[in-house]
Design a binder for this molecule. Structure first.
Ligand code: GLU
Length: 237
């Protein structure tokens, strides 16, 4: 399981995300990527094989601007290490996902989603999450409820972060078997798989617990436990 960083802010977040990935390099990984919602409400993505430096060099050439984004360093478990298997994965240009862990029932989910017309671009288990959430969004009242009904269909381990270009001011995150921590800022908030990633931007953290799903926007955090009940979790310095 490798690295996740996400941010919801007013300022451009690409540099914060890449610095976060750099701080998670100690874990080892094979590729890195970032996706950001720009001011036209489109998802822009950049992924590279190899080191975070390859990603930051690519972003220096073609910057991604925007205040809501997710980033990942991948340690391949399903599908070879290559650019098309690097995270974030995107469904229909609308929903982007980063995922740590393994979705054990991804073959069955993938077959169902292909039958429903979803087109897979990678060999990963993770891509099913993006399509599943995109499918649930057809009937769900919010990204949060789409993620809540999607994670009920997953077996395996995940720390996952989703963004939706039609709900461009928030991230929704879910934890089961793979750690996630929310970093609290002033008028901005963050998510990561390890608080180390966020030390340049905050010292205040909420550690999510098993089964938690959370909605994170610039000024608001809502956390729900495995039973879907809204709960408060302690802020730790
Ligand atoms: N199972 C996923 C993949 O192979 C995520 C691996 C990871 O945790 O980095 O893409």
């Amino acid at each position: 399981m490798c690295g996740i960083v996400g941010a919801v802010a007013q300022r451009d977040v690409a540099d914060i995300l890449v610095e976060g990935l750099r701080r998670l390099e100690y874990r080892g990984y094979d590729s890195a990527g970032v996706a950001i919602i720009n001011n036209k409400q489109d998802i822009q993505r950049c992924r590279r094989m190899g080191k975070v430096k390859e990603l930051s060099d690519a972003l220096a050439q073609a910057p991604l601007l925007g205040g809501v984004g997710i980033a990942h360093t991948r340690w391949a478990t399903h599908g070879q290490p290559c650019e098309k298997n690097a995270h974030p994965h995107v469904s229909n240009g609308r929903v982007a996902v980063v995922h740590n862990g393994i979705i054990e029932n991804y073959v069955a989910l993938r077959e169902d989603l292909i039958a429903d017309g979803y087109v897979f671009e990678s060999e990963t288990d993770s891509e099913v999450i993006a399509h599943l959430v995109c499918k649930e969004l057809k009937t769900a009242s919010s990204l949060l409820s789409a993620v809540q009904s999607s994670v009920k269909q997953l077996t395996g381990a995940y720390g996952t972060v989703l963004m939706d270009k039609n709900n461009p001011d928030k991230l929704v995150v879910a934890r089961s078997g793979s750690p996630l921590v929310i970093g609290l800022g002033i008028g901005e908030n963050f998510i990561a798989s390890d608080p180390m990633a966020l030390l340049p931007v905050t010292r205040q953290f909420i550690f999510l617990e098993e089964g938690d799903v959370a909605e994170i926007s610039r000024n608001h955090i809502s956390i729900f436990n495995h039973a879907g009940q809204k709960i408060e979790r302690e802020v730790q310095e």
